[in-house]
Design a protein around this ligand. Structure first.
Ligand code: AMP
Ligand code: GLY
Length: 427
């Protein structure tokens, strides 16, 4: 079995979790992370490469004989990094820019859903403010207003009143999200529980990978503003085997076929944000990468060889069988710097990580940290993820919070109720 050198793109908690899983594979020779963080530096070699500078990335890949590139975040994908790598015949796990439109344009995805009868909220696309306002008033509240393009998870307003909806439409057409808001999607409000569903795709076929549930609001009880995600657990029992089969049949498989028919086959991980409604699973949105913090709970449970699986996807040759996972549950708590999701306070010192890391079944991943000599400082909004594995979600939650409590970081905070839905279900 050949060993290969791997280049992982990104610098967050998701990438630290990916680095851990890739480095565990017997097929991984040397792992490079660009640009990485102090956590990934302990798993592989961090390199200062700008993923937007494709010629520099290609030169690095040739020099280091990279046999697989794994792209963590969405921006390099919508920016065409996979296209450049494919052009240079370097295997890449992640979609081309054309296929990354599934995340890059909400309108694009909605049109695919309409064309292929994929269950999703009823919608219309608008480039004209007055028409958008008229449609919104005709539909009534609650209603959901979305900037078409990438907006770092902030371009969605779930408006409970017409006044809120009007303000959202105005602010998007006034340029609150720049070019991403030049087009607006207005869609029906869906009621139900949300879940994150991940499928690994090789352009033609998809394998269901794993499920998780994120906690997007900053405050306990799902209150306060939206964030990138304050914690997650996996598996999400609400996504039963029957629902998984429906999601594959009604959502993922037709999407892959539609992308192939458009000449933009999808390779990589397709992350479906689902609303589980009384009429069945509906697609809220697609992402073309792993979730953050969902990767932190999915990857430690994965029993297979991630390098093998990603390489098979990149080469258009996924195996037949569904990937295998540990029966254990995982739960992760995000530690964020005070002020997040507004302006986070950076530069505060974090102590006691070793104590948390020494606890059995606990993994700490770095998301926004930097080293200052021996000291570890906060350098971003979401700073650390404390993940625990245990026999069930409740036990994983207790273990994760026990580990959180030995970390000494007065500059940070976390939600204290991650996993509450699952725990309330008695899991
Ligand atoms: P998105 O960025 O599209 O995932 O949207 C962010 C959040 O807005 C989702 O996680 C949902 O909580 C909520 N949301 C988006 N679309 C809808 C919808 N059609 N109905 C209800 N909630 C929605
Ligand atoms: N956790 C949500 C996301 O990664 O988009």
């Amino acid at each position: 079995m050949d060993k290969l050198n791997i280049l992982l793109i990104g610098s967050g908690g998701r990438e630290h979790a990916l680095a851990n899983a890739l480095a565990k594979s017997p097929r991984c020779a040397q792992l490079y992370i660009a640009p990485g963080n102090p956590g990934t530096a302990r798993v592989g070699a961090n390199v200062a490469l700008d993923p937007a500078d494709h010629p520099v990335v290609l030169t690095f890949c040739r020099e280091k004989q990279i046999g697989l590139v794994v792209v963590g975040p969405e921006q390099p994908l919508t920016g065409g990094l996979a296209d450049a790598l494919i052009g240079a015949e370097i295997p890449v796990f992640g979609p081309t820019a054309a296929a990354a439109q599934l995340e890059g344009s909400k309108g694009f995805t909605k049109d695919i859903c309409r064309e292929h009868r994929i269950p999703t909220a009823a919608y219309e696309r608008f480039v004209d403010r007055d028409r958008a306002l008229a449609y919104m008033r005709a539909q009534g509240a609650p209603i959901v207003i979305k900037a078409d393009g990438l907006a770092a998870g902030k371009g969605v307003v779930v408006a409970m009143t017409l006044a809120e909806a009007e303000a959202a439409i105005d602010s998007m057409f006034d340029g609150a999200f720049g070019a991403s808001g030049a087009e607006v999607v207005i869609e029906a409000f869906l009621e139900g529980e949300e879940a994150s569903f991940f499928a690994i795709c090789d352009g033609t076929r998809a394998l269901p990978f794993a499920t998780a549930q994120d906690h997007k609001r900053v405050g306990d009880g799902d209150t306060g503003p939206n964030t990138g995600g304050m914690g997650a657990y996996s598996p999400a029992s609400i996504v039963t085997p029957v629902i998984t089969a429906r999601v594959m049949r009604e959502i993922i498989t037709p999407t892959l076929a539609a992308m192939r028919a458009r000449g933009a086959p999808f390779t990589g991980v397709l992350y479906a944000g689902l609303m589980l409604t009384k009429d069945g699973p509906q697609l809220i949105e697609y992402n073309v990468r792993f979730g953050d913090p969902e990767a932190q709970v999915i990857l430690p449970r994965f029993d297979g060889d991630l390098v093998e699986l990603m390489l098979a996807a990149a080469k258009g040759a996924l195996p037949e069988g569904a990937p295998r996972f540990a029966s254990q549950a995982a739960l992760t708590v995000v530690l964020a710097a005070k002020g997040y999701p507004g302006t986070p306070e950076t530069g505060t010192e974090i102590r006691g990580l070793e104590r948390a890391e020494a606890m059995p079944g606990v993994v700490v991943t770095h998301a926004g940290t930097k080293r200052d000599g021996e000291r570890l400082l906060a350098s971003g909004g979401r700073v650390l993820n404390v993940t625990a594995l245990a026999d069930n979600v409740k036990a994983a939650r207790d273990k994760a919070y026990a580990a959180v409590d030995v970390i000494d970081w007065p500059g940070g905070f976390c939600r204290r109720d991650i996993g509450w839905r699952e725990v309330a279900r008695g899991k």
